[in-house]
Design a protein. Structure first.
Length: 79
């Protein structure tokens, strides 16, 4: 899965994401510095615990200026 952001400047860059279902947050990643000079870059998040009864999660990106919002990715799980 790929999550991307059009914001690639030090003032407005992607700084994280979270994995949710409804109001539950199962995982959250914070990027500790801007990657404006490293486009495209890859990060991985492990150890996200999702209950067996959850069949779909939402991945929400976050940027420095706006926080969470914008487009999301819906991911079906093969439970």
């Amino acid at each position: 899965m790929t999550l991307s952001s059009p914001y690639d400047s030090p003032e407005r860059h992607a700084d994280g994401w979270r994995v949710t279902a409804g109001d539950q947050v199962f995982g959250e990643m914070t990027l500790t510095y801007n990657h404006a000079a490293q486009q495209h870059f890859t990060r991985t998040q492990t150890r996200v615990q999702i209950p067996n009864d959850v069949s779909t999660v939402t991945v929400q990106g976050r940027d420095l200026e706006n926080g969470y919002g914008g487009s999301t990715l819906e991911v079906g799980l093969g439970n």
